[in-house]
Structures are given as structure tokens and as C-alpha cells.
Ligand binder design. Structure first.
Ligand SMILES: NC(=O)c1ccc[n+]([C@@H]2O[C@H](COP(=O)([O-])OP(=O)(O)OC[C@H]3O[C@@H](n4cnc5c(N)ncnc54)[C@H](OP(=O)(O)O)[C@@H]3O)[C@@H](O)[C@H]2O)c1
Length: 335
């Protein structure tokens, strides 16, 4: 299966291309960059296999009949245009998180994929972390009893305020889009099966280090239908070890340094450690994407889940702006 890359930046070249190379059924085929010299350099240095692998126009990359699927890893604001174009060209899509920057854009992507009959998988690689999958199995098996609370802390120190996520033409959220969307995905994945949907959210944000117009830190609280609660803190202001905790009536789990790109870290529980063999979550993600296409089944993280995630990101941002908690039954304009 031949894979084209839109957005040959950090995550695409550091993690996705090595994962594609490691997968026996996938070939890194072609790439698009706004800069012709860069497109050619990336294609050559990473061994893109197409006869004409380097493009400056997304349309010429997508017009290639030998191209089967694309990775979309462009800035968040561009996901809608790129995903809709890829779907209309009949290409399967692995789409980096967050799905888009508005609920309407998510629906446009979903509709285009449905009309074209292509697979869309959301690239929440933390879903493929072997330790988190073992934790999910333990939660579902009732190892912690009735869930009452979950908490995630995940930060990194941005060097300055120049990141595209801090600019309105390329991003809508900064800390929420960099790390928060992953935290929200983990919380929804681990809790909703037992606790039902989120019913309300509250959020306080900081812009204190870079004076950015977008969130540099976000502290988010949420409640579920069952009465369970969850919280996450994400930030681009500070480096710190990550932690994920989950608490139930009959036990708890604490994951240290599992949030990230590497697939490693330790998970302790009230009953001792959860043993697992670390794997590359990006390779697992591509394996799942390939199986979803060839097996004509849903991927691990569907378009619907991507869209739900963006709905809550928008509500969280609204709660931060309005400085009061926001409930689930909002009118469309707050989305
Ligand atoms: N799963 C994860 O954990 C994870 C981690 C990081 C990022 N991501 C997601 O992956 C996507 C890309 O993030 P990244 O960190 O890889 O970003 P990045 O390093 O800045 O790469 C983005 C690429 O998009 C291209 N691009 C096209 N139009 C652009 C514009 N107007 N401004 C800036 N770049 C533009 C650029 O390539 P050219 O200059 O060659 O055109 C750039 O190299 C985002 O959606 C992000 O949320 C996911």
C-alpha cells in the first residue's frame, strides 16, 4: 500500500515515516511541501518510492493513481481542506489529531469520507500504547471497581511563542491541541464505557509565559453521567514528568512517563505493577490503519471519536472564555 505524506514536519518524519518503513505492507511513496527543494530533499533522504515522489501542490500528489492512502500531518487548521481533498481523490486517510478546529469541519471531513467510501483513522497513537491497552483491559475487567476519578498531567516546555498552534491562521488551541486532545481521548476511552458521557466541563487557562493569544496551560475538570469526575492539566510552559491516574471503589492505577511518543513508562496499581512489553505505538497505529482498510472494518479511533473530541475541546475552550462550567447540551455556535 503506497502512502503519501501531507505535512512533512516533526511528527511525520520522526515517527510516521520510520513506522511506515517498518511495516512490511506499506511503502512511503510521495510527499508534498510548500518548498520544492524541501519536498525533493525529504523524498530523497527518506527514500520515497514513487517515480515522481516530490510535490509542491497537494492536488498533483493526490492525482497519482498508484497512491493508496495519505498521512495528514499539516497544521490543525489545514486538516479540513486536506482531508476533504484526499477523500474526494479516493485516498484512505490517517489524520493527525485534533481532527480539525471546529465541529463543522469534522462533519465535512466525515461526510467526504463516507461519500467516497474511504477509511479515515484518527492518529491518537496513545491508544496503541501497550501499557495503556493493558490498563484499559484491567478497567473493563473491573479491576478497580466502580470508577470514581481520573487525572492526567502532561506538559512540555516550548522554546518560545512562535509555534503555529499559537497563531489563529494555523491553529485554534495550543496546549489543548498539543497534549490536551490526547488526554481527553484517553479519559473518554477509559471512562465512558463505565461512566457514560461527559455532562459538563470547567477550564482555567494561562497565557503568562509567552503572552500568546492561545492557551499555554489548561486545567480542565469534567463530570460524567455516572457522577464520576476527571481532570487533566496540559501545558507548553514547563517540562515535567507525565502521570496518568485512575481511581475506583476497589483500586487504583498510576502510570508514570507513559504519555509521549515512545511507548514506554511504568504502570503501578493497588495490586502491583502492570507488566507489558513496550512496542512502537506509531507502528501499531499503522498496522491498525492497514488492517482497517484491508479488512473493511473500523479503525481503533474512528472519525466519530475524532469529532466528539473536537466538540469537547471547543466546549472546554468556551468554558475557559466564559469562566463558568459548560454543560453538554450547547447550541451549535459554541461548538
Ligand atoms: N500524535 C502526536 O502525538 C502528534 C505530535 C505532534 C504533532 N501532531 C500533529 O501533527 C500535525 C503536525 O504537527 P507537527 O508538530 O509535525 O508540525 P510541524 O513540525 O510544524 O510540521 C507541519 C508541516 O506542515 C507543513 N505546512 C503546510 N502549511 C503550513 C503552514 N502554513 N505553516 C506551517 N507548516 C505548514 C510544513 O511542511 P512544509 O514547510 O514542508 O510545507 C510543516 O513541516 C498537527 O496536526 C499536530 O497536532 C501529532
Amino acid at each position: 500500500m503506497n502512502i503519501g505524506i501531507l505535512g512533512a514536519g516533526g511528527i511525520a518524519l520522526d515517527r510516521h515515516v520510520p513506522a511506515i518503513d517498518a511495516h512490511p505492507e506499506l511503502t512511503f511513496w510521495s510527499v508534498v511541501s510548500r518548498d520544492a527543494a524541501r519536498a525533493a530533499a525529504v523524498a530523497e533522504s527518506h527514500g520515497a518510492a514513487a517515480p515522481q515522489p516530490a510535490h509542491t501542490d497537494v492536488r498533483t500528489l493526490l492525482a497519482d493513481p498508484e497512491l493508496d492512502a495519505v498521512l495528514i500531518a499539516t497544521p490543525d487548521r489545514m486538516h479540513e481542506a486536506h482531508a476533504v481533498a484526499a477523500a474526494r481523490a479516493g485516498k484512505h486517510i490517517l489524520l493527525e489529531k485534533p481532527m480539525a478546529t471546529s465541529v463543522e469541519a469534522c462533519h465535512a471531513i466525515e461526510d467526504a469520507c463516507q461519500e467516497a467510501g474511504v477509511t479515515l483513522a484518527m492518529a491518537y497513537h496513545m491508544r496503541h500504547h501497550a501499557g495503556h491497552r493493558a490498563l484499559k483491559s484491567a478497567v473493563d475487567a473491573g479491576a478497580f471497581g466502580t470508577l470514581r476519578h481520573m487525572r492526567i498531567h502532561w506538559t512540555f516546555a516550548a522554546p518560545d511563542g512562535s509555534n503555529w498552534r499559537a497563531r489563529p491562521d494555523t491553529g485554534r488551541w495550543w496546549s489543548l491541541a498539543a497534549n490536551g486532545t490526547h488526554c481527553l481521548d484517553q479519559i473518554l476511552w477509559l471512562m465512558t464505557g463505565q461512566c457514560g458521557e461527559i455532562t459538563r466541563v470547567a477550564c482555567i487557562q494561562s497565557h503568562a509565559k509567552f503572552s500568546s493569544r492561545h492557551d499555554e496551560s489548561s486545567g480542565v475538570l469534567m463530570a460524567f453521567e455516572s457522577g464520576a469526575t476527571a481532570e487533566f492539566f496540559v501545558s507548553v510552559q514547563i517540562d515535567s514528568p507525565s502521570r496518568l491516574e485512575i481511581y475506583g471503589d476497589s483500586g487504583w492505577a498510576r502510570a508514570e512517563d507513559t504519555m509521549g511518543r515512545h511507548g514506554a513508562g511504568r504502570i503501578e496499581t493497588h495490586a502491583g505493577p502492570i507488566a507489558y512489553t513496550p512496542t512502537d505505538p506509531f507502528l501499531e497505529e499503522w498496522t491498525d490503519f492497514h488492517r482497517a482498510i484491508t479488512g473493511n472494518r473500523s479503525p481503533e479511533v474512528s472519525a466519530r471519536e475524532g469529532s466528539t473530541n473536537v466538540t469537547w475541546l471547543a466546549r472546554i475552550q468556551h468554558a475557559a472564555k466564559e469562566r463558568h462550567p459548560v454543560a453538554g447540551n450547547l447550541s451549535p455556535e459554541t461548538n
